[in-house]
Design a binder for this molecule. Structure first.
Ligand SMILES: Cc1ncc(COP(=O)(O)O)c(C=O)c1O
Length: 440
């Protein structure tokens, strides 16, 4: 222990973990819309059935309002704050001293530890809020999709916290790769179906079109919405892609800003997060937009999976986030609605499109994007485990890899850059995937 203290002192570091007190915990969400370079393009409602009408039926009303908030700061209901505290907010920001030493870099690397949340990922921060509003409207069952299962676990846990039922459609390949996430959800009384399933008409059609369909986030969204339409008293919740989810996740960046000032950092050079729909990235980075707009040179980098390289290789086009046509058409970077991503172990990065917000940020040059394959991402995850002792989720390992690249560049340029990356989740339930990829 003394040795660690000496080491910290010699590096002029006060602590490894920068933790906010409950008094300092943010109590408002940050409305980033006024800080965008231009408004988000309008959605198109071209479905067989009005997708806007569908949204109004299945989603709690206040969440629809939060897609375009009027106030600059939105008060978080007290019950939501209390439950967020129970779930592990605020989370620590850690200085990655051992990783820095391993890389022999003059860069100072920090990472935000969403892996410490009760379900092992950042997803709980919006799950609590969405479940709260569903309960307020008297809805009794929460229905949603999940890719790798991190979101599904969060919905299952909050359903219990609010005394509600839950039903989850999970991309079939991820369910087979990560059965423990299903066990967790079921332990909480949640129903879990592999998507595509025979429970819904659109699931049956997908299976007919593509026998052995591995499922995707898009197929699971379609089934969850169809099922919510057929289930009186239900609320459909979204794990990503939509504005109110990005809004709820701004807690991440708001906490990081305070924690960086606790660490004595007045500037940050690089913010790095993995990206699929974009909620961890937006929640983490949007609170830094005012500084960036005022001239601060903050490099914002999103790392996607080569299994669905929508930001680096997709087209910017109107498309839906589901495959059956229940969601409105949004202008977004997309691989196309019929794209079936390979059944990689990075189940949370298999969206065929990113949210309109992430896509706009990319178009306007605010966000840079890179795509990374599973092997190289998992190698970085292994370095993280060996140096920092923390096993991050497969999705987060993409951010680790990019942060390592930036730290190596800083070494070559002998630059004391400040790099902050988001550890969006932990990887204990993904060990089979790590093993399959790294040891075969
Ligand atoms: C741990 C983790 N990180 C990141 C993501 C990516 O989602 P998003 O792009 O919405 O942040 C997921 C999605 O399931 C996830 O489970």
């Amino acid at each position: 222990m003394d040795q660690l203290k000496d080491k910290l002192r010699s590096n002029n570091v006060n602590k490894l973990d920068y933790q906010l007190s409950l008094e300092d915990m943010p109590t408002q969400w940050f409305n980033f819309f006024p800080h965008l370079p231009k408004p988000l393009p309008p959605v198109r409602d071209n479905g067989k059935r009005s997708t806007l009408e569908i949204s109004q039926l299945i989603r709690p009303k206040i969440l629809l309002e939060q897609n375009a908030p009027k106030e600059n700061w939105i008060d978080i209901p007290e019950e939501v704050i209390n439950k967020l505290i129970m779930c592990g907010r605020p989370t620590p920001l850690r200085r990655a001293l051992s990783l820095e030493k391993h890389l022999k870099t003059p860069a100072r690397i920090y990472f935000k530890r969403e892996d410490t949340m009760a379900t092992g990922s950042f997803k709980l921060s919006t799950a609590v809020a969405q479940a709260y509003y569903a309960k307020q409207e008297g809805r009794e069952i929460l229905i949603s999709e999940t890719g790798a299962g991190q979101w599904g676990m969060s919905v299952a846990l909050v359903s219990q916290m609010f005394g509600l039922d839950a039903r989850i459609f999970m991309a079939r390949c991820s369910l087979e790769q990560k059965p423990y996430r299903q066990h967790y959800m079921k332990m909480l009384g949640c129903e879990v179906y592999p998507s595509p399933s025979t429970k819904t008409e659109c699931g049956k059609e997908l299976l007919l079109q593509t026998p052995g369909h591995p499922g995707s986030i898009g197929s699971a969204i379609s089934e969850a919405i169809e099922n919510a339409l057929d289930t009186p008293g239900s609320a459909y919740l979204s794990g990503s892609n939509v504005n109110h989810v990005h809004l709820h996740q701004t807690l991440l960046g708001l906490e990081v800003k305070q924690q960086l000032s606790m660490a004595g950092e007045s500037n940050v050079d690089h913010l790095v997060a993995c990206v699929s729909g974009g909620s961890n990235l937006c929640g983490f980075m949007m609170p830094f937009l005012p500084e960036k707009n005022s001239g601060a040179k903050i490099d914002m980098l999103g790392v996607e999976s080569t299994a669905s390289p929508r930001l680096t290789q997709g087209t910017y086009e109107y498309c839906r986030s589901d495959v059956a046509g229940y969601t409105p058409e949004v202008l977004s970077h997309s691989m196309g609605e019929s794209y079936i991503p390979a059944p990689v172990h990075v189940g949370g990065l298999r969206n065929h499109n990113s949210s309109p917000l992430v896509s706009l940020l990319c178009r306007e040059g605010i966000l840079r994007a890179e795509a990374l394959d599973e092997f190289n991402a998992f190698k970085a995850g292994q370095i993280m485990l060996k140096t920092e002792g923390i096993l991050v989720a497969p999705e987060s390992s993409h951010a680790v890899a990019a942060a390592i690249d930036l730290a190596e560049k800083a070494r070559i340029e002998n630059k004391e850059s400040v790099i902050v990356f988001l550890a969006s989740g932990n990887g204990f339930l993904d060990l089979q995937g790590y093993n399959d990829v790294l040891n075969n």
